[in-house]
Design a protein around this ligand. Structure first.
Ligand SMILES: NC(=O)c1ccc[n+]([C@@H]2O[C@H](COP(=O)([O-])OP(=O)(O)OC[C@H]3O[C@@H](n4cnc5c(N)ncnc54)[C@H](OP(=O)(O)O)[C@@H]3O)[C@@H](O)[C@H]2O)c1
Length: 265
């Protein structure tokens, strides 16, 4: 299998690393297309680095578009000239819809995926949807590659990618915000920053694993740690008065609305 990745920033590079780590592609079959020369030396250990969208892209089974959405128009014109109908084009660009990709690239076999930043360490979650039926072999290839960056989930309806963008695409930022706020609260209560850091991060890690192992819902786990008149209940009194759940709901709904606006649908 041969793969070309166009745009090797955070995500493009994460993909290249995961594919190589799991032996899904050989270095000589991985083409990495960059714009400047800054990252060349760190990418050369992963694959064949080039800075032009030329005919060699037409020999790949899969072409991954990992540039920022605002760079798509500049890439599309040259890419359309070299794509062949048998190739799969996988776009991870936020907000660029399948019809827009198909039209700009004059290409039918398009997959649109929404990863998130933990993909950089192989713990991402990616939802993807396809513009047209892929062959069984092409579907297996896409799933296997996406799974190497974490987990992959197929969506039947492209419109759901806006909710995915709001939930898991932007999700790491909500998590970091909550972690930072808890650390700041700990420091505010007099703990040394390194102590507050360790307490909050390990609490997050342990709670995640407890949730995974306990076979109980998050709501049931909250009940289990909340005793009448206790400290957790005192905290939850404030959280529900301030409507933290409602605030998160409104934030995620706003992100979803913005994703819909950006994709122009
Ligand atoms: N980061 C995330 O968590 C995340 C999550 C979901 C989806 N995405 C999507 O993934 C895509 C990439 O995000 P990112 O965070 O990896 O962005 P990034 O770090 O800015 O990487 C984009 C890369 O594309 C390169 N590029 C731009 N035009 C190019 C061209 N004509 N030829 C070759 N390379 C070109 C840029 O080169 P320069 O270095 O010269 O600018 C840059 O290295 C975006 O469309 C984003 O919407 C990202």
């Amino acid at each position: 299998m041969k793969i070309s990745i166009i745009g090797c920033g955070n995500m493009g590079q994460a993909y290249a690393r995961s594919f190589r780590k799991y032996g899904l592609v050989q270095a000589e079959d991985l083409e990495l297309v960059i714009r400047g020369e800054g990252r060349r030396s760190q990418l050369e250990v992963l694959g064949q680095v080039s800075n032009a969208l030329n005919e060699s892209i037409g020999t790949s089974d899969l072409v991954i578009l990992a540039v920022k959405p605002q760079d798509f128009a500049a890439v599309a014109e040259d890419l359309a000239k070299v794509l062949r109908p048998s190739q799969v084009l996988l776009s991870i660009m936020a907000g660029i819809t399948i019809p827009r990709l198909q039209q700009a690239l004059e290409h039918k076999t398009v997959v649109r995926a929404m990863p998130n930043s933990p993909a950089q360490i192989g713990l991402g979650i990616t939802a993807y949807t396809t513009g047209t039926e892929l062959t069984m072999l092409q579907t297996v290839m896409v799933e296997q590659l996406l799974n190497s960056t974490g987990r992959a989930i197929h969506l039947a309806d492209e419109a759901h990618l806006d909710a995915v963008t709001a939930l898991s695409g932007s999700g790491p930022a909500y998590f970091f915000h909550i972690v930072q706020s808890m650390i700041d609260a700990g420091i505010g209560l007099g703990l040394a920053p390194h102590v507050a850091n360790a307490l909050v991060k390990q609490t997050m890690l342990g709670s995640y694993h407890l949730m995974e192992h306990a076979e109980r819902t998050p709501a049931e786990l909250i009940k289990a740690v909340m005793s009448k008149g206790g400290t957790t209940e005192a905290a939850f009194c404030v959280l529900s008065n301030e409507d933290l759940g409602g605030t998160l709901d409104r934030a995620i709904t706003a992100a979803c609305g913005r994703a819909t606006e950006l994709s122009g649908s």
